[in-house]
Design a protein around this ligand. Structure first.
Ligand code: AVJ
Ligand code: FE
Length: 440
């Protein structure tokens, strides 16, 4: 009945809130309070800004909007408004010091648990299926991934620890053919899907071929060794200009190591492993590699069809492996490991067409700039995604090792500027199918 469903939803939300806050605590307790106040890169906020911003959004949406309660604090809304405060300026703001920020987020959370005990989930679209709570869980998880990227940028002693990802257990082919035809992109039914994932709509694609795994360090090293960074033929005009101006010559965090390469990861220097997906490349680097390889980046629709379309039923799945939530066997998500996993390490996560590691490991750049789907309607606020529509941002898909499962689905859309690479970004390639392939 309705009540049992409401109780189940309440329990699920409470568990997600607690699980998420434990991750936030880990990320903000791994370094000392001075470090939390410091800016480790002009691209990032001091970690203590993310912490209080997460609490402030939770206060605005849940305590004030859903709950109709008195503000916990109304003097700090501007400080933690991402649109009013550019990241580079955040360290000079009068931020709440760590003890105050922790007390603030804890007070907000107590009020949210109180609200969760009383809410009936039937007072409008914002609370239907617990959406507003799900949105706030996803928001905190997104900032947790951002904080993880800040950890990757900070220097100093090692602060984060995790076991290595699993070893490969299967051989993965180079490419997979996706036959021509329509599929359903986006969703109307996933209760916590965000506005930009809606509505579901039919997209008809010609046959194409997509890499069965993300591009690896080994493959990317061949591009470097072939002089790929010095040959304007592989780069777009904007890409080449950026490559020169920024002095790019390898993925971010790579260092020469004798006649090979090493990468600096969360304070540890390791030799580059060839069978791992390449990470910390910008869109322009991904695009140049693809051109050099005689391919191109997949469009967003091509990525999603490869990830969700089931030829046996004609349906689109929630995830490549089916409709069930991810387990640790399906995908490298949730900061369980501090790196992408080697190709072939997640056979249980394969898509019906045989495409591997679409979810987790690395965010995958696509050829598509962020736009609303046909029939898009901003909900609950334009600032989540609509204000970013246009030509400035490229879509990334699939989530990384630092993405939590609450903020990752076959329909989930991320975006960033094409020059950004402090995020956990990699890519796979695609190409048009040749006529002999398409009609097999
Ligand atoms: C969707 C990941 C691009 O981090 O800027 C966080 C998510 N929106 N707070 C971001 C977000 C508001 C957003 N991305
Ligand atoms: Fe935010």
């Amino acid at each position: 009945g309705i009540d049992r469903d409401a109780e189940g939803l309440r329990a699920r939300i409470a568990a997600e809130l607690a699980r998420t806050r434990a991750r936030t605590a880990l990320l903000t307790e791994a370094v000392d309070d001075d470090d939390l106040m410091r800016q480790h890169s002009p691209l990032m906020s001091p970690l203590v800004w993310d912490l209080a911003h997460v609490g402030n959004q939770e206060e605005l949406w849940l305590v004030r909007d859903v709950g109709g309660r008195e503000p916990v604090r109304c003097d700090i809304d501007d400080l933690y408004d991402a649109f009013k405060q550019p990241r580079r300026d955040r360290p000079s703001l009068p931020l709440l010091p760590p003890p105050e920020a922790r007390a603030y987020v804890a007070t907000v959370r107590e009020k949210v648990y109180d609200l969760l005990d009383r809410v009936t989930f039937d007072s409008g679209r914002l609370v239907t299926d617990g959406f507003a709570f799900g949105m706030i869980v996803q928001h905190e998880q997104q900032h947790d991934e951002t904080m993880l990227a800040t950890h990757q940028l900070r220097s100093g002693p090692v602060a984060l620890h995790a076991p290595p990802p699993p070893e490969p257990t299967v051989r993965v082919p180079a490419e997979v053919l996706v036959p021509a035809g329509p599929f359903v992109m986006g969703t109307d039914t996933d209760p916590w899907a965000l506005d930009n994932e809606r509505p579901a709509h039919r997209v008809d694609l010609p046959a194409y071929v997509i890499d069965a795994a993300p591009v690896t360090n080994g493959a990317y090293r061949a591009f470097i060794a072939d002089g790929g960074y010095d040959d304007p033929r592989w780069w777009t005009e904007a890409g080449w200009q950026h490559r020169r101006q920024a002095g790019l010559s390898a993925p971010m965090h790579w260092r020469r190591d004798g006649d090979g390469w090493a990468y600096l990861r969360f304070g540890r220097l390791d030799r580059v492993r060839d069978d791992e997906p390449v990470v910390h490349v910008c869109f322009h680097e991904a695009q140049a590699y693809a051109t050099w390889a005689g391919k191109r980046l997949p469009t967003e629709a091509e990525w999603e069809k490869a990830a969700r379309w089931d030829p046996a039923t004609g349906r689109s799945r929630r995830y490549p492996w089916g409709d069930e939530d991810p387990t640790s066997a399906h995908a490298n998500l949730g900061q369980r490991h501090l790196s992408p996993a080697p190709v072939g390490a997640y056979p249980a996560g394969v898509s019906p067409l045989g495409v591997h590691q679409l979810i987790g490991d690395v965010w995958e750049w696509t050829a598509t700039p962020l736009q609303g789907y046909p029939g898009f309607a901003a909900f609950p606020y334009r600032e989540y995604s609509e204000v970013f529509f246009g030509d400035d941002y490229q879509v990334l898909r699939g989530g990384s090792f630092g993405t939590d499962q609450a903020a990752c689905r076959g329909t989930f859309r991320n975006w960033d500027y094409p020059i950004r690479r402090q995020i956990f970004s990699g890519f796979r390639c695609a190409r048009d199918a040749r006529p002999d392939e398409a009609h097999r």
